[in-house]
Design a binder for this molecule. Structure first.
Ligand SMILES: [Zn+2]
Ligand SMILES: [Zn+2]
Length: 94
């Protein structure tokens, strides 16, 4: 039996391609932005890792897919606002 061993570089490319392809079908849940360059993943549950760094790290594609399922899709603007609000409500003791 021939053993298929993919290089790390190949695996990273595979993950990048998956995210790129995946993002094509997404849109921001708040404002409806659809451009993949603006879309980010916002964790709604305890995050085990950051998706963008997972693409660069040794995490495999299945782990990334699982993590994406725990996320909301937001554009970078709405994402920043979301976290700004979060921080703000802490300051306001709410
Ligand atoms: Zn948005
Ligand atoms: Zn977030």
């Amino acid at each position: 039996m021939r053993k298929l061993k993919k290089s790390d570089k190949r695996k990273k490319q595979e993950k990048k391609d998956f995210i790129k392809e995946y993002k094509k079908h997404l849109k921001c849940e708040i404002c409806g932005e659809t451009h993949p360059a603006c879309l980010e993943f916002h964790h709604t549950e305890q995050k085990s890792f950051n998706i963008s760094s997972a693409v660069r790290s040794s995490s495999n594609l299945d782990e990334i897919k699982d993590e994406i399922k725990k996320c909301k899709v937001l554009c970078s603007n709405c994402h920043k606002k979301m976290h700004y609000d979060e921080n703000h409500s802490i300051l306001l003791d709410k």
